[in-house]
Each structure stands twice: as C-alpha cells, then as structure tokens.
Design a binder for this molecule. Sequence first.
Ligand SMILES: *Cc1c(COP(=O)(O)O)cnc(C)c1O
Length: 402
Amino acid sequence: MVMSIPDERGYYGAFGGRFVPETIIPALEELTEAYAEFKSQASFQAELAHLHQTYTGRPTPLSHAARLSAHLGGAQIYLKREDLAHSGAHKINNALGQALMAQKMGKRRIIAETGAGQHGVATATACALLGLECVVYMGSVDMARQQPNVFRMRLLGAEVRPVESGSRTLKDAINEAMRDWVTNVNTTFYLLGSALGPHPYPLVVRDFQAIIGQEARQQILERIGQLPDLCIACVGGGSNAIGLFHAFREDENVQLIGVEAGGLGIESGKHAARFADDRRARPGVLHGTRSFILQDDYGQVLETHSISAGLDYPSVGPEHAYLRSLGRTEYTYATDEAALEAFQMLCEFEGIIPALESAHAVAEAIRRAPTLSKEAVLLLNLSGRGDKDLDTVLKALEQRRA
Ligand SMILES: *Cc1c(COP(=O)(O)O)cnc(C)c1O
C-alpha cells in the first residue's frame, strides 16, 4: 500500500527534501551513497547486529502489562522495553548505527548537537565504544538546565562545547554543529539524533530505529499468535515512533498512533503538538527539511513547551507528516498533567519508571484501553526509562500538592 519512500531526492510526498546551504550538499551526497552501500552490505549489518546483541542488550523484552490492563478493564497492553536498552532509551540504536558507519567511512571525528542531552549521551556512548572523537554542541542555557547529562557526556570522553549565540538552546547548537561540519567535512561525521533534518537523515535514522518494530512484531506473533490492533508511541522528532511503525506499515488492520506533547493544553499555545494545533502549525522548512512546524502568522518559529525535554521541539520528522497525509497514521496529544498521571500509574501497576516522553504514550494507552475489548491488543513503545526525570517529576508533584 505505502510505496517505498522517500524518493531519490528525499521527498516523502510534499515533505522532506534537503533545504541546506550549497556547501553541505557534497557531504549529504557522500552520506547518501555510503548509506545505500551499508544498508545492503551483509557484513555491516552483521556487525551492527552483533553490537546490539552483546552491548545494547537487544532484543529488548516485550512485557505484558497485566495488572495495568486488568485495572483499565479493556485492551491487553504490551510494552516494548526500549527503556532496557543500554543508556536507557532507544536513542542508542541510531547512535551506534551511525557511529559504526562513520568508522567504516574513515571519519574519526563525530559531532552532534543536543538539547536535553539525551542524544549527546547516546552519541558519546557509541563513540567511547568505537574509539571515536566526540564533540557535542549544546546551548549554554541547556547546559545549565541539564547538568547531569553534561557530566555524563564528559565522563564518556566527549567534549561538550557551549553555544552562546541566539537563545543559547537547541536551535543555536544545530547551527553551530552545521558550521563545524561545513568546515571539517573531510574528517567529520555529523551524527543526527532523530528522524529529521535533510535527506538522507530521516531515512537513515528510521532504518536504524526500525529494529524496534521488527523485534516487537516477531515477539508479539510468537507470544500470542496475532498482530496488535494498535501501536502507540510518543513523537518528538519522531524516531522511536517511526521505528515502531515501520514494521507494521503494510499491516492495514494495525492502527498506528503517535502521541505529541500537549504541554499545558492546545489553547494555551504552550505545547509541542505540531499536528493538533490547526492555528499555529503549518507546513514549512526547519533544520533542512519540510514538515509541520509551529509558527506564527509571519512564519517565525514558536517556542514550545513540554514537561518532557525530548518532545519539546517545534517540528516533526517528515515521514510522519507524509503518513498522516495518507491517513495511515494518526496523531493525538497528552498534556503534562496526563503524562504525569500515566507516569505514576506505570510505576505503581507495573514496577516500571518510564521516561516522561514515554509516559505520553502511556497516557494515550490509559485513555484508549478501556474503550476496547479484553481481546484487543495494544502495543506501546516504552522509549526510555525515567531515572533522568526524577527531579522534574518530584517538583511537579510538589507543585500540584501546594
Ligand atoms: C529523545 C527521546 C524521545 C523523543 O525522540 P523521538 O525521536 O521522537 O523518538 C522519546 N523518548 C525518549 C526516552 C527520548 O530520550
């Protein structure tokens, strides 16, 4: 049903493409060609699979959330446990894939940008494992907000470079990383963190994350002999969601549902729900790709808000915009409040402390499960663990009690 996408120019229907300065095109071309080769190269795929098995901890388990399902009284909820992947989230799947590619291409220097620090930590981890130099650009405001991750990256041997321009946050860090790449393209590999950016990144990241859905599809078939009725994942840039959805794209009876950050509610404007806010979100170009973007009437990109740093981004991967335009996927949102509620329920009913990002997907499962029969099967991607969020949750709960 869904064609092989993207096309040669990196378009997913009206979305995607390559909106970058001329100077970056040769580097993107080199990456595109190299990736096409690695994708079909058995030895590369075998080496990555071996690393995943012996280092990442793959396959990650599939857990039946039996108590939560019984409590909700509807669908059986199954959790794909990316929280148990090394370094605590799905991000390692992509970081390791790209770092291995860089090593094979003879690029010994890796650069990345990070907002909350999670992608920086995954990149630093992969670089330590493979013996690659690692430079992470991070806005100085973000560095102050995310000190534990700055410390983690440094422990892992990475250099964290503070970015003092603009608002000193993620978008300035991206600009700085781009500048570095243009200058040092012969020696340097730009390791991008979500299913975003100019072609071929959305494709590369999707393919490295597709292992989530491949494993989950096989696991659920082996476990209960049927496919899920619906798949749910949270959507920041969109990498864990597209990684889950990809294996099910041709299973027309499997509903695919992405959950964005509803923040303080759509009306408030303080959210990161690129698909839910008809008034503020329109197609446009950001960071090299065409997709849905939260913007004002003049096309200025808007500030976003979410209790979870990983979902707090004004644009979304182009393949999501495309699949939505086909009607293959649907998107909804969970507010900070709903995510916090879901966070606590998963702790209490299943003994699992989820990442706040993942808690948005849990919130949607909690909303939907009771409307479905007890035979229905709901597959939820638990993208990461919540240790990193304990401070945030503690403060939010105290504020609520006050
Ligand atoms: C970064 C992150 C996300 C959001 O990124 P996607 O690219 O949308 O997957 C979700 N969950 C966790 C745990 C993260 O660290």
